[in-house]
Ligand binder design. Sequence first.
Ligand code: DCP
Ligand code: MG
Length: 368
Amino acid sequence: MRHIIHADLDAFYATVEQLDNPELAGKPVLVGGRPENRGVVATASYEARVFGVHSAMPMRTAIHRCPQGIIVPPRFTRYREMSRKVMAIFRDLTDLVEPISMDEAYLDVTAVVEAGQKPLAIAIDLKNRIAEETGLTLSVGVGTCKSVTKIGSDLDKPDGLVVVQPGDEAEFLAPLAVNKLWGIGPKTAERLHREGVETIGQLAEQPLEWFARMFGQRAIGVRDKAMGRDDEPVHTERVAKSLSSETTFTSDIGDAAELRAVVERKAVDVAHQLERKDLKGRTVTVKLRLSDFTTFTRQATLPYQTNAEEPIKETAWALLSAELEPGRTFRLLGVGVTNFVEPEEPEEAEERQLPLFVDDDDFSGDAT
Ligand code: DCP
Ligand code: MG
């Protein structure tokens, strides 16, 4: 049996800003781009979330809901530095750490438990160490498999601690909504609701034939997860999460035709990298740096996974061309593809025929 911890920092960027600037402590902080630049919220402090503000919301909407919100531009270098500190504390507890993003990781603590410590005590120590050494608050889920701990860490945020005892997994999951389950996106949840299945417990009690009809090849995997069983190990090898290609120009470029040629070359380069690695992604990102060194990204998600040149080129150009303005010149341009989805949801496969692509909110952030 494994013992796993899923750890996720609370309101990560916003908490770092509050730590670095005590005037922001206890206040509604909105980290993200300015509303007049069509900025979005990267994250909001919990003081702001009570007003209904959340990540990826346009800043304009956020300010409307929370007029006293304090907008703070993101400082990615600082967040990365804090992230490294946090990950080092995780690695001090166990070698088996799988970072998922800057503020989130799975830890396999089986050896620590086998050496005599209780999972609850390990989790409390970890939260205390993070708080003492970084000032950040960590929410953790503790249990025997990744999918259960991931749900656990989210359930009691902020400063959460949810321990699911071995054998209690199914009972723990049963009352929760099906969309909490790994791999159940909004469309699948909708399909399940039509079948009268609202909770994970209701899902788990369906017969196997029903799973086969609803999920095809994924049937066994989904059923196991609904029952709180999942054999996925904590992967310490870092798997590529994104591929990109970027260029810094020797002199800034503002000319549309020139920029288009560059973006297309970058797109082709990324498509080839994906093909060589046998990967397909859904999200295309362009990274742009202006002559004043302002750097930002724009991204759009396709309705299907791809590694083909054409859709990557077209999407990247659509994103870039929306940013062209008379007099605006660029010193860096990059194209990236992320969001390597697997396994593909069956209903997404049906959408392959659709030619449309751009549906993302504007997203200001940095591509990692
Ligand atoms: N982030 C972002 N854009 C998003 C989601 C997240 O830029 N759409 C960034 C900002 C977050 C960080 O990633 O601080 C971590 O993401 P989480 O989803 O873990 O969100 P938080 O840590 O901010 O809040 P929570 O307490 O819900 O984990
Ligand atoms: Mg977080």
